[in-house]
Design a protein around this ligand. Structure first.
Ligand code: FES
Ligand code: MG
Length: 568
């Protein structure tokens, strides 16, 4: 088999001279050009993405493995996206990262790729980009932080922030104590150690077959993280020899496996959007209803925050994802191929499970507790709610809407002691979808109104076209499609309207007669676009709605790895 890197490095004339000569300035000896596989290490390292700040060290471990197996490793940077700092939301730039990744791979002389990611958007963003090129690809996530610790107890990333902030607002905690918790929560390298979006996507990359078995859960600072990275480096060289491309590994059945794993994990709602987007790049038909159907009867097995009580370190020591997949084998397609060159079933056949963090299939924490897809006149194209993170008593609920047109409007009102809310109120937030915000930020889990906190109420139904952090909880209906900013019915809700939520029946209904809705629709005016140039303009003009994964419309599918024309 002719490797694609030969087009660059084996060329004998002027272009080959150029390709090799400049690479030699890094001090490589001539053997690196002897026809061995060239492995690109695609790195989302950045000090502005704290969750990925250690990835250069992970890259060194991957390189060891590549050299060991006879390959030539070359590390390159792509845009890094960190949840904590990036405005207006990292999600706005997931597709930009995917474009960066795609073109960086295709335009360069690499035969196989290792994707280094961690923080929420970096895993799906790099996978989407690599999928559109379709070379042999292995994912190595950076691993979670050690469990947060505060006042002698565990403190989970994100989840702890929501809880402590509520304690602070309720006067149960002093501002000094609140500050103390900061360093206790984030005390090592790594991504959020709850089952937030980063941990979820790391696990789903493994469930899709793209990450070595057992890798997802290893803490970032555990020596075994570096050993697995080295193994990934060895393995990608072999995968090039086997021509084991991403499209041979990730099939429609792999998405079913990933959706089922997500339900068992109590994983993030954001996974729904990312799985749809990845499927779109591979040209695999996966719908919102497929994801709901696949997950519906799957037992919830993993007792991690925000749905449960433990954290990722505990999950790793309990056996990690292989233990979960082994329990789930009765409902998985175990024949799916993975980056090991073996099937999922083979990979996990003897995976051990310790303690109670991961429950056996027959003794779940719940059944059908995953992310449900709702429909109705308020969400004709769907909305989602994470059942394991919601309150049982609110899963069937009818209440009066209190509507906010922006998160800023809500934040200005939430502490008002006169805010007209009670335990039955349905808080509605709009203009926070992909086009409206833009970028569909994680603001859907509105903090509870102070008035309700003071009354001891710990949850109300919230509905929005936004997302929420994978670390968040509550009876929060998200991803309403179409979003308000494109004229979805969410734009027509008025304070005082009755809204019915029936999660078991998968229904979200606005109890307003169609004639009245038609009248409101005629009055509705689209909000002024907030960006007139740059990437945000491109995004707003082309982003698909949440039910189609929020990719840009022209990025669906792939262009393969061929580039016919020379650069000189
Ligand atoms: Fe990066 Fe949570 S903020 S993973
Ligand atoms: Mg998050």
């Amino acid at each position: 088999m002719e490797l694609r890197s030969h087009q660059w490095f084996a060329e004998q004339g002027r272009n080959g001279f150029i390709h090799r000569s400049w690479m030699r300035n890094q001090g490589f000896s001539a053997e690196v050009f002897d026809g061995r596989p060239v492995i690109g290490i695609c790195n989302t390292w950045s000090e502005l993405t704290p969750c990925n700040a250690h990835l250069r060290r992970v890259a060194e471990a991957v390189k060891r493995g590549v050299w060991q197996a006879g390959g030539f490793p070359v590390e390159f940077p792509v845009m890094s996206l960190g949840e904590p700092l990036l405005r207006p939301t990292a999600m706005l730039f997931r597709n930009l990262l995917s474009m960066d990744t795609e073109e960086s791979i295709r335009g360069n002389p690499v035969d196989g790729v290792v994707l280094l990611s961690g923080c929420d958007k970096t895993t799906p963003g790099t996978i989407m980009g690599a999928a559109s090129v379709d070379l042999p690809t292995v994912v190595v996530t950076g691993g979670p932080m050690l469990n947060g610790k505060f006042r002698g107890c565990d403190l989970g990333s994100g989840t702890g922030v929501w809880q402590l902030t509520e304690d602070l607002r309720a006067g149960r905690m002093t501002p000094e104590e609140y500050l103390d918790a900061e360093s206790g929560m984030s005390r090592s390298n790594g991504h959020c150690m709850t089952m937030g979006t980063a941990s979820t996507m790391a696990c789903l990359a493994e469930a899709l077959g793209l990450q070595l078995p057992g890798s997802a859960a290893i803490p970032a600072v555990d020596s075994r993280r570096y050993a697995t990275a080295q193994r990934a480096g060895q393995r990608i060289v072999a995968m090039v020899g086997e021509d084991l491309r991403m499209s041979r590994i990730v099939t429609r059945a792999s998405f079913a496996n990933a959706a089922r794993a997500n339900a068992a994990l109590g994983g993030s709602t954001n996974a729904i959007i990312h799985l749809l987007a990845i499927a779109g790049r591979l040209g695999i038909d996966v719908t919102l209803d497929d994801l709901d159907g696949w997950a519906r009867d799957v037992p919830w097995l993993v007792d991690l925050q925000p749905s449960g009580k433990y954290l990722m370190e505990d999950f790793y020591y309990a056996g990690g994802l292989p233990a979960v997949l082994r329990e789930l084998l009765p409902v998985l397609d175990g024949d799916q191929l993975t980056v090991t060159g073996r099937s999922i079933a083979d990979n996990v056949a003897t995976a051990p499970r310790y303690g109670e963090v991961i429950r056996p299939y027959a003794e779940p924490l719940g059944v059908g507790a995953g992310t449900a897809v709702l429909r109705g006149n308020l969400a004709p194209d769907g909305a989602v709610v994470k059942q394991s993170a919601a309150s049982e008593r609110l899963l069937r609920h009818c209440g009066t809407a209190l509507v906010f047109d922006s998160i800023e409007e809500y934040d200005a009102a939430k502490d008002d002691p006169e805010l007209p809310v009670d335990a039955d109120t349905v808080l509605v937030l709009r203009n926070s979808g992909p086009r409206g915000y833009p970028g569909m930020p994680e603001v859907g889990n509105l903090e509870l109104p102070k008035r309700l906190i003071d009354a001891g109420i710990d949850d109300v139904v919230r509905i929005s076209d936004a997302r929420m952090s994978g670390t968040a909880y509550g009876t929060v209906v998200l991803h309403v499609a179409p979003e308000a900013a494109v004229g979805g019915p969410l734009a027509l809700v008025r304070t005082g309207d009755r809204i019915e939520l029936d999660v078991p029946a998968r229904r979200l209904h606005l109890d307003v007669p169609e004639a009245e809705l038609a009248r409101r629709r005629a009055e509705w005016r689209a909000p002024e676009p907030s960006y007139d140039r740059g990437y945000a303009r491109l995004y707003v003009d082309h982003v698909l709605q949440a039910d189609r994964g929020c990719d840009l419309d022209f990025l669906a599918g792939g262009s393969g790895s061929g580039v016919a024309r020379q650069s000189h």
